[in-house]
Design a protein around this ligand. Structure first.
Ligand code: RP5
Length: 171
């Protein structure tokens, strides 16, 4: 496995290269905070040994939080959480006729002892997974925390602007 000496704090692992299109949603969010991520493909089912080595190597190189996105009977996030003490955010993807409900249940319903912070299915989940990763890093980074506060303030301002376009009329 290609190994680099220093890694970004955020890793995004997907179960297949067919999942890669949704990764953009997360990397765009991270870029707003000037954060890089390391995007990797590894499967809990098809390449369990490779996944294990990837996670152990990533943790030793400096990953601090892992976003794991997979579809179908998605055990990726749980399998990663089994190998590391890093926080793992699971993103269920819509990749089968069950439209992500299968991945949601497989990802969210972890037995006690091995938590996975599961977010929404698909693009919304990728977006929020990136924000959650920023929040986790921000617990030990005052500058990042302050930027996150600004992000929330601008979110609120955008809602108020949209409301203002209605002319402030009450129904
Ligand atoms: C999962 O199976 C992957 O995360 C992907 O969402 C799904 C289908 O994978 P491919 O058959 O397209 O490689 O493991």
């Amino acid at each position: 496995m290609p190994s680099r000496p220093e890694a970004p704090a955020i890793a995004i692992i997907v179960g297949s290269d067919s999942d890669l299109p949704v990764v953009d949603r997360a990397t765009q969010v991270l870029r707003r905070f000037d954060l890089d991520s390391e995007v990797r493909v590894a499967s809990a089912h098809r390449s369990p040994e490779y996944l294990r080595r990837l996670v152990r190597d990533g943790e030793s190189r400096g990953w601090r939080v892992v976003i794991a996105a997979a579809g179908g009977a998605a055990h990726l996030a749980g399998a990663i959480a089994a190998e590391t003490v890093l926080p793992v955010i699971g993103v269920p993807l819509d990749a089968s006729p069950l439209r992500g409900l299968d991945a949601l249940l497989a990802t969210v319903q972890m037995p006690p002892g091995v938590p996975v912070a599961t977010v929404a299915i698909g693009e919304w989940g990728m977006h929020n997974a990136a924000l959650l990763a920023v929040q986790i890093l921000a617990t030990a980074d005052e500058e990042l925390r302050s930027r996150y506060r600004e992000e929330k303030a601008s979110l609120a301002a955008r809602v108020e602007e949209k409301d203002a376009t209605l002319g402030g009329e009450q129904s």
